[in-house]
Design a protein around this ligand. Sequence first.
Ligand code: URA
Length: 233
Amino acid sequence: MSASAEERRERLVEVYKEASGCLRCPLSQTRTKVVFGNGNADAELMFVGEAPGADEDRQGLPFVGRAGRLLDEMLAGIGLSREEVFVANVLKCRPPGNRDPQPNEIETCRPYLHEQVRLIEPRVVCTLGNFATKLLTGNQTGITRVRGTPQVHTLGERTVFVLPLFHPAAALRTPAVAETLRKDFESLPALLAQPLPEQEGPEPQPEPPEGPEPQPEPPEAPRTGADQLGFFG
Ligand code: URA
C-alpha cells in the first residue's frame, strides 16, 4: 500500500534532519547552512536549481535572492505561490566561491534529491538552467535548445515530466530570456493537468557533466527566513 501524504511528509522531515548535519562530502567544511529545499511536501510541481548561492547558504533556504523573487513572480503569473510548490537544488551545500559542483559532490548529494522526489511525488519537475537540466535529463544538449519542451524521466524511483527552463538568474540578465521563461511557465498548468507518465524502472545514471555555465547573482538584502520545517505544509 502506498504511504499517505502525512507519512511521506514525516519521512521528508527525517531526511531534512539527516541532511542538516550531513558530512558526506567536503562541502560540509565550507558551508554555513545546508539548503535542503522547502515548500509543499506534497507538491505536484518541483523546481530544481544548481546549488545554493551566498544568500541561500546564510539563510538555509533556496532561491532567496533576486533570482528567487523572479521565480516567485513567474509562479504568481500562473496563479501559484512558493508555498504550493517545492524548490530544491542538485547540491544542498554551497560550493565555495560559487565554483562548479564537482562530480563527487553531485554523486554524494544525488540520493537526497531522489528521496525528495520519491517522497513528495511531484508530477512535473522543472530544471532551472543548464546544470540541473543536463544532470537530471542525462543529456548534454544546451538549455537554449531543450527549454520549454517536456521530457519524461525517472528520477530515482519516480517517473515524471521534466520541463527544462532557463535559470531565473539568466532571465535577470537578459530581458528576452525572461520573456521566454514567462512563456514556458505559461505551459505549466496544461502539463500539470496531464496524466502522470507511466512509471518505469530506474534510468541508468549519467556521468556528471563537466560543469555548469557560471550564473553569478548580485548580492541581496536577505528576505525573512522561514524555517524549512515550517514550510513542509
Ligand atoms: N541559484 C540556484 O541554482 N539555486 C539557488 O538556491 C539559488 C541560486
